[in-house]
Design a protein around this ligand. Structure first.
Ligand code: SAM
Length: 409
């Protein structure tokens, strides 16, 4: 069966499929041992996720709502995932792509760790925009429970927001795997008792009748949303206000981050979204990891390559440099007390120890040093803090200022 799609649906299909690009890049990094002995990126968790996905591909492909969202035939999602998870193709990923994926993952891990430390692991709320198949939440709880001494996190909340097709796949993988289920529902490192919606029997998951796209516990929420849609955002905030399970405190320090996701929205949509988050969570940190074009030939090439896939990244044009991203935070989103920003090249050079750089250079020989410099200077991390909480304005700022930054405003 083949379906017809209008240009907007076609574009959204490609945007949704970028989650599988990210997954495939991470798989390549795991295969090449980039994350070896990294407690924030546990390889057994990642491999279990990929295995569970592969085993269930035929079933996922037969799910009506999924195949309509990812392709134009029943086999599209199967083809899409097969090509993204194909070990032979993954073997050939360029070393500089692996290094880029690794650094991007690390820099956000570092930011999150700094946020947790500066809040003394208490009352921290994290919201991941366009979380895709990111396994950070599982890694965090596994890491906390295996740490010595065993860490108790008081009032920790982690929310993942994504298109419903992706939250459906993730819900299925999480709920159908005992290790993931245990981490999510039975983790002993939380001080609150965990609950979940008992409308379904998690011991007997059947994909043909599976229709869950939301997971909620006292500490975790996986929630389906199109982040461009203001009504859906309002419904999400209402959902949080009504929830007697996750019990979000809107005044607690909240880290809201996007790892290559808000860049797929129009600049206006992403700025409005971030303003809405600021209104809903008055004490927070907004952090974006995005490509920047630098208005040069490499940036133009990036843009053209994306256009060939029908992906238009408006922020590449609208905020092409670190300075323009800072200006965006100041004039379009506003209310920030402090804005810090660096490109990935600066972060690679300044945040990684020489031992770590040596380890990376031994993992894979990178002869295209010039290309690495170009690629790495075309991605940036920007972090803005706002609100009155001293935990953010003093403690968090002190904590992250100990890292080097290219621009501090
Ligand atoms: C390149 S992937 C990155 C996924 C994840 N952040 C990571 O780094 O592994 C971009 C993600 O953003 C999500 N996304 C983009 N626009 C979105 C929107 N309007 N609403 C919800 N999710 C969106 C896509 O579905 C996709 O999963």
């Amino acid at each position: 069966m083949s379906l017809n799609f209008n240009p907007i649906e076609r574009r959204d299909k490609v945007i949704k499929s970028t989650d599988f690009d990210a997954l495939s890049s991470k798989l390549s990094c795991f295969n090449k041992n980039y994350f070896s002995n990294d407690p924030n990126n546990d390889s057994s968790l990642f491999k279990s996720y990929i295995d569970q996905l592969k085993i269930n591909l035929p079933l996922l492909a037969s799910n009506n709502s999924l195949f309509k969202s990812f392709g134009n035939s029943k086999f599209s999602i199967q083809r899409l995932l097969n090509s993204n998870l194909n070990e032979n193709l993954i073997k050939n990923k360029f070393p500089l792509i692996n290094r880029g994926t690794y650094i991007r993952t690390k820099l956000l891990d570092i930011l999150i760790q700094n946020f947790l430390i500066s809040n003394n692991y208490e009352n921290c709320q994290i919201i991941s925009l366009g979380a895709g198949s990111d396994l950070r939440f599982l890694n965090l709880i596994k890491n906390f429970s295996s740490s010595s001494p065993h860490k108790i996190i008081h009032n920790f909340k982690y929310i993942e927001l994504e298109f419903k097709e992706s939250t459906f796949i993730k819900s299925f993988i999480y709920l159908s795997n005992p290790t993931f289920r245990d981490l999510i529902f039975n983790s002993s490192n939380f001080d609150s008792s965990l609950q979940y919606n008992t409308n379904y029997n998690i011991n007997n998951i059947n994909l043909s009748t599976f229709n869950i796209d939301t997971i909620q516990t006292n500490n975790y929420l996986l929630y389906p949303i199109d982040l461009r849609d203001k009504n859906q955002f309002t419904q999400f905030i209402q959902y949080l206000k009504n929830s007697t399970t996750i019990k979000i405190n809107f005044n607690h320090p909240t880290l809201i981050f996007s790892e290559l996701s808000t860049c797929y929205m129009s600049s206006t949509d992403s700025n409005v979204l971030l303003q809405s988050f600021q209104s809903a969570f008055p004490n927070g940190i907004i952090s974006l990891y995005e490509p920047i074009s630098l208005n040069d030939r490499f940036g133009e090439m990036m843009s053209n390559n994306l256009l060939k896939r029908k992906i238009f990244i408006s922020t590449l044009n609208d905020y092409p440099t670190l300075l323009s991203q800072i200006d965006r935070f100041q004039s379009q989103i506003t209310h920030f007390n402090k804005i810090l920003s660096s490109d990935m090249l600066f972060i690679y050079n300044n945040w990684l120890t020489s031992n770590e750089k040596l380890r990376l250079s031994r993992l894979e020989f990178l002869d295209e040093l010039e290309e690495w410099n170009l690629l790495a200077s075309h991605y940036c991390l920007i972090v803005g803090t706002y609100g009155h909480s001293s935990l953010i304005n003093t403690d968090f700022i002190n904590q992250i200022q100990s890292l080097k930054w290219q621009i501090i405003h």
